[in-house]
Design a protein around this ligand. Structure first.
Ligand code: 3UK
Length: 546
């Protein structure tokens, strides 16, 4: 590794031992990075130096900023961080906020000052916030004042946290007041391209969240990978997305436009309705969100004009073919599906619009390799169900975590997903490996049944899991949220069951269907199948006891 610029070497010291890292592959010309690199110079300072400082960068419902204005804000914050707040290179800073200008500016300021940004989902509670603080030993937090309640509760739980500075509080101690006196000039700290600049915690669907560590060069690698080779956006594009910036899917929606000098729109509320409204208001051209949001926006097209969109990316969860088809029919746009993970930083399998096969996730992003392996880690031939393994310029490095040895095997990252690769090298998602339902000897992928149910007009959302059943061991059970105005009765249960039998292999049909008003979701908006499984188990125990 290159000589670190970190004075506080905690992050580097807690990288996994080198032999536990995945293979990292930089053979393609776009992934050649210099030994010294501070990624913020490349994302921000570059445009001002090249005379493009007056180009628009950020749009929000209350304010717009040019690249120069953002640079000045970032520099002032960086000066305060290294001045009165005592940040040294390598120091970790917790960031908490909805997606707004200050969230972006503090993120970039921490990284520009050689620090390590640790952003947390705004919805988290004190106990969940204190975990990363302890795990990543974070002494300083920058937080939006509207989240102060939970932040103050966190302080009591996490004594490591010595200082919290709020923005938006309007007090003399507020970040705005501190930066008012600071210089708007700040030279980026001369970090190594493999110095850690970001620790992103996984959403922790099972067990404690894992801190994934990413280097300055990784921020560029995802731009030179998925964004340059697959998305192929242009400087005049206006990006928009609803994922929180603490989720690396959401952060990509900031890095990608800044990498090409384009602009982006920040949403303070993550609902599909707000997303649609802001697409309309700002004439967004590139949209990043989850499959459910595209489904929801389909029903909002009478209210909002979405015709400015020219490229749409779907990630986070499998994109049901029905959603792809419906979006294409309604807008003429092909949703670009892509699988990414917090460990890999961003998307590693996807395809350009011309190469899309509806229903498949795609092919490895140029620079990445992917294959299917069996339970022993041996390569599986095309057409076989198995575990997805990938490697490329980015890869998993957990912060002091024995689970590193589960995610990385023989140099390959194992994402925990069951996939099939076809003869043409396209990857077809089946399910999370833990979510595969084995019923009466058949392997049934919950998402497959969900995709079928979602094409029925009565269904708004659904989640399908295995439920214990005395006679059959495990049965397929669907939790269904109906569209407004539809009543869930026995007749509808039968109708949905018949419908699924006609759409996909009949043995996959849900033997049990329960109508619910909402589905359990993670902070990043993913369906929590483990919670549904738990509900299904509890329901089965209750029935058995009756
Ligand atoms: C699932 C998908 C099918 C899959 C993410 C884009 O989701 C992201 O990161 P997470 O760590 O979750 C990773 C897991 O989510 N998944 C994501 N995308 C797809 N499954 N089709 C997809 N298109 O189980 C994966 O292992 O929360 C996504 C960019 C950055 C991200 N962090």
């Amino acid at each position: 590794m290159a000589k670190t610029a970190h004075v506080d070497t905690f992050a580097r010291d807690n990288l996994p031992p080198r032999e536990e890292w995945p293979d990292l592959i930089f053979t393609r010309p776009e992934y050649q990075y210099p030994e010294r690199l501070n990624c913020v110079s490349r994302f921000l300072d570059r445009w001002v130096e090249e005379g493009r400082g007056d180009q628009p960068c950020i749009y929000t419902s209350s304010q717009n900023l040019s690249y120069r204005e953002l640079q000045q804000l970032v520099n002032r914050i960086a000066n305060v961080l290294v001045g009165s707040l005592g940040l040294v290179p390598g120091g970790r800073v917790l960031l908490r906020s909805a997606n707004n200008t200050m969230m972006v500016a503090t993120y970039l300021a921490v990284i520009k000052a050689g620090g390590v940004a640790v952003a947390t989902m705004p919805l988290l509670r004190a106990k969940e916030i204190s975990y990363p603080i302890q795990k990543a030993r974070i002494p300083l937090a920058l937080c939006d004042a509207s989240l102060a309640d939970e932040m103050e509760k966190t302080r009591a739980l996490a004594p490591e946290l010595k200082q919290v500075v709020y923005w938006g509080s309007g007090t003399p101690q507020a970040l705005e007041a501190l930066i008012a006196q600071a210089s708007d000039a700040f030279a980026a700290v001369d970090t190594a391209s493999d110095d850690v600049c970001l620790i992103a915690f996984t959403s922790g669907t099972t067990g404690d969240p894992k801190g994934t560590m990413h280097f300055h060069r990784d921020m560029l690698a995802v731009c030179d990978g998925f964004a340059r080779n697959v998305l192929r956006a242009r400087p005049e594009d206006r990006f928009i997305g609803s994922a929180p910036l603490a989720f690396t899917f959401g952060f990509g929606g900031v890095l990608f436009p800044m990498h090409i000098g384009a602009s982006f729109i920040l949403l303070d509320k993550a609902t599909p309705e707000h997303l649609a409204a802001m697409i309309d208001r700002f004439k967004a051209t590139v949209c990043f969100t989850a499959p459910t949001a595209y489904r929801a926006m389909l029903g909002l097209r009478d209210k909002y004009d979405l015709t400015s969109l020219r490229k749409c990316v779907s990630a986070g969860e499998a994109l049901p073919k029905g959603t792809f088809d419906a979006w294409f029919k309604a807008t003429g746009l092909k949703l670009i599906d892509g699988i990414g993970s917090t460990e890999m930083l961003h998307i590693f399998i996807s395809t350009t619009e011309d190469e899309i096969r509806p229903g498949a996730t795609g092919k490895p992003v140029p620079g990445y390799e992917a294959k299917i392996v069996d339970d022993e880690g041996r390569d599986a031939p095309p057409g076989t169900l198995g575990r997805l393994a990938v490697r490329g310029p980015t890869g998993c490095r957990y912060l002091a975590d024995p689970r590193q040895r589960k995610y990385v095997l023989n140099g390959w990252n194992l994402t925990g997903d069951t996939y099939v690769m076809d003869e043409d090298g396209y990857f077809w998602y089946q399910s999370r490996s833990d979510d595969m339902i084995v019923s009466a000897g058949y392997n049934i992928a919950g998402p497959d049944v969900e995709a079928a149910l979602l094409t029925h007009e009565a269904v708004a959302e659904c989640g399908v899991v295995g439920a214990p059943d005395e006679a059959r061991g495990t049965i397929v059970k669907a939790y269904v949220v109906l569209r407004p105005g539809v009543t869930g009765d026995d007749a509808l249960v039968a109708a949905l069951q018949d419908y699924v039998k006609r759409e996909i292999a009949p043995y996959k049909y849900p033997r049990a269907i329960e109508f619910v008003t909402e589905l359990p979701k993670t902070a990043s908006g993913k369906l929590q199948r483990f919670t549904l499984r738990q509900q299904a188990r509890d329901a089965a125990t209750r029935t058995a006891a009756e």
